[in-house]
Design a protein around this ligand. Structure first.
Ligand code: ARG
Length: 289
């Protein structure tokens, strides 16, 4: 857009020079005409500049955003994480699906959701297979080495699920216990750091980790609070410990090569926060205690 303004102004300058050149070897009236023409061109340029600025304001940054598939916002997720993303028949639904739809609408793009393993998401963003991941993904320093994150749209809490009769009462009791986690999640990474890789058993998804807990293969499961609530509700004999393991921020991950998309998503996200859309979506799925 800036380029266009510059080239229009350049034309104006050129027109002045050329016409003034003619004027000097001819009559005064040609000079006047030249000036008028130059003025016209300049006025035109100013008008265009104003229109451009207006349009830019309206369309935010959407016009400059490039996506993997033109006109489409391709979101990667791992739909095993209720209420953020889960399957309803063939559809991926939940908080992140609704937020992504609202973001796509703001950017004038069509939304496409690709379901994949959670630990493939960052690489898929990096390789340009997807435009962004929206997957209840926590912002971490390690992930930031590989992808950019948008502003945060929700808070996550890592909690501990145990059997109702467990002797584990808090994170302090996890030493030497077998901890089930979803592969590649922060629960996995933090527990491996804190309690050693040998004490952590990664599963393809949270539901499988919870089945392993019910079968006595692990002593607890460390996972994000909202899916934990859903899993505990769906199964007899489990409880979530009162003391949380850690608190974190969820955000969308975008390629480091596409800062325009990150910027556009951030301004759309801000509008959706300001008008209450994000809170409305969160409240629809997460009932106050
Ligand atoms: N918040 C955790 C993380 O970023 C878990 C996210 C898992 N999300 C999912 N859709 N399965 O590592």
């Amino acid at each position: 857009m800036k380029k266009k303004i510059v080239s229009v102004m350049l034309c104006a300058a050129m027109a002045t020079t050329v016409l003034a050149g003619c004027g000097s070897s001819n009559t005064a009236s040609t000079d006047a005409a030249a000036e008028e023409t130059a003025e016209d061109v300049e006025a035109e340029a100013t008008k265009e500049e104003a229109e451009d600025a207006e349009a830019a304001e309206e369309a935010t940054d959407a016009a400059e955003v490039t996506t993997v598939e033109p006109g489409v916002l391709t979101m990667g997720t791992n739909a095993t994480f209720p209420p953020y993303e889960y399957k309803d028949g063939d559809d991926v639904v939940g908080i992140d699906a609704e937020i992504a739809q609202a973001l796509a609408d703001k950017l004038g793009l069509q939304l496409e959701i690709v379901d994949m393993d959670f630990d493939s998401l960052v690489a898929s963003v990096q390789s340009g297979k997807i435009d962004m991941s929206l997957a209840g993904m926590t912002v971490t320093e390690e992930r930031k080495q590989n992808v950019d994150f948008t502003d945060s749209y929700a808070t996550g809490v890592q909690v501990i699920i145990v059997k109702e009769d467990s002797d584990i009462a808090s994170a302090d009791d996890l030493e030497g216990k077998l901890i089930g986690v979803q592969q590649g999640t922060t629960g996995h990474l933090y527990c491996a750091d804190d309690f050693g890789e040998d004490n952590v058993i990664p599963y393809a998804n949270g539901a499988t980790a919870v089945q392993a807990l019910l079968q006595g293969k692990v002593d607890c499961v460390v996972i994000d609070q909202e899916p934990a609530k859903a899993f505990v509700e769906a199964n007899e004999g489990l409880k979530i410990l009162e003391t949380a393991y850690t608190t974190e921020d969820y955000a969308a991950a975008v390629s480091k090569d596409n800062p325009a998309l990150t910027a556009a998503l951030n301004s759309a996200l801000q509008e959706l926060k300001d008008d209450g859309t994000i809170q409305g979506i969160l409240d629809k799925y997460i009932k106050a205690e």
